[in-house]
Ligand binder design. Sequence first.
Ligand SMILES: [Mg+2]
Length: 260
Amino acid sequence: MQIKLVACDLDGTLIDGIPILPEVKEFIVKIRQRGIKFVINSGRSLENILDILSQSKVSCPAGYPEAIISKHGVFIHYLKGQIYVEDEEWNKARQKELKILKQEIGWKSKLWEKIIEEKFKIYPVSKNIDYGVFAVSFKKNEEAEKIKKVLLKDSNFKYTTFLRNRFFLTAALSTTQKGSSLARVAEHFKIPPSQVLAIGDSQNDEHMLNGKYGFIPAAPSNAEDNIKQLVRSQKGFVASLPEGKGVIEIVSSLLNGSKS
Ligand SMILES: [Mg+2]
């Protein structure tokens, strides 16, 4: 199987905590020597991702990740020399949409907080709720999934959707997610989607794993059950090992031509 680009979610996929495991870093260096590009596709902010890379002692001169997709596909940055340079056209368009999202949500975020606590008697572990902002952590994945469905059903927004990363639920842009942004990055590197391997573990990765963009989908063993099912239904690869070790297993197995 020809793979020219590996795009990896961060939390629960490449890492189980900070730093990135040394064997995972060594593996990325090895695949890059074979001409494969490595891209991080995370819901975290760019600053946050760069901080994790720096704590893992991966600095720009290492030459990877060649691109970073942050905030669930909202922002794209490419490594140019020593710094990450933004995809100006893409990022500017998303910034405009984010402004509309903020207005769309407005103070409805406070109303959702009320519904969650008063109607459903579910009490978030932590929350960031403000004008145009809604990001909530629950005790269980199931609680986050339940509330996600309620909010999706109740709201009819053009620019807003809800994404769940395990027990964390956030309002996010509906216009782009991890799949469409990865398609943009693949196009930038002139790599066909069929040579792009996308690896993720939770609901917020569905967009790049569901076959819509033509990537090869894969998941580590710790991925949520429905994500593993989705990957199998798309004839992708589900690892027997978790997180970073699973990523090594996935990439080496696919490069050696075997599939699980
Ligand atoms: Mg994840």
